[in-house]
Design a protein around this ligand. Structure first.
Ligand code: DQA
Length: 158
């Protein structure tokens, strides 16, 4: 086994978190969010993570406390977090507080261009914590976020 593949095997996975209502992707406002489903998002994320040498754990919830518990449990268990906080982006101080706890890079993804939409979507409690923010690229944003996260993790821990 080469040194490279040995270190790949020891890398902690990337955690992909999707917030409320994203379980309805494909059904909900397809003019805004597109026709792809959450299963399509997870499949794309798994392929992308494998391509850059990481495993992926993916989870979605409509319950804020459950999301916060998962983020606490991620400490020491993941290389980084890709999160679409959905509606909690614009409302949740508690989610932002939790995201500091794992002490790993965070990438924030929004499928739609939130800045072209209602004013209440223009503010994010998560953005000040994020290593990068990707908005308005449809579900490809998850792919870009994972690729960028892999670069950041590699630069931090060569
Ligand atoms: C979203 C944008 C949010 O404003 C909205 O509440 C969502 C999805 C997006 O992916 O574009 O649920 O995060």
């Amino acid at each position: 086994m080469s040194t490279d593949s040995a270190s790949d095997a020891q890398r902690l996975p990337i955690l992909l978190l999707n917030g409320p209502n994203l379980n309805t992707l494909g059904l909900r406002q397809p003019d805004i969010y597109g026709a792809d489903t959450l299963a399509d998002v997870v499949a794309l994320a798994e392929r992308t993570a494998a391509d850059v040498g990481f495993g992926l754990r993916a989870a979605q919830t409509n319950h804020e406390g459950e999301m916060i518990d998962w983020i606490h449990e991620a400490r020491g268990q993941v290389s980084g977090i890709v999160i679409n906080p959905a509606g909690w982006t614009h409302t949740s101080v508690a989610l932002a507080d939790a995201l500091v706890i794992p002490e790993v890079p965070i990438m924030e993804v929004h499928i739609s261009n939130v800045h072209k939409r209602e004013a209440f979507r223009h503010h994010s409690y998560v953005s000040p914590l994020a290593a990068g923010i990707i908005v308005g690229y449809g579900i490809r944003g998850y792919e870009f976020a994972i690729r960028r996260l892999a670069e950041i993790v590699a630069a931090d821990r060569p």
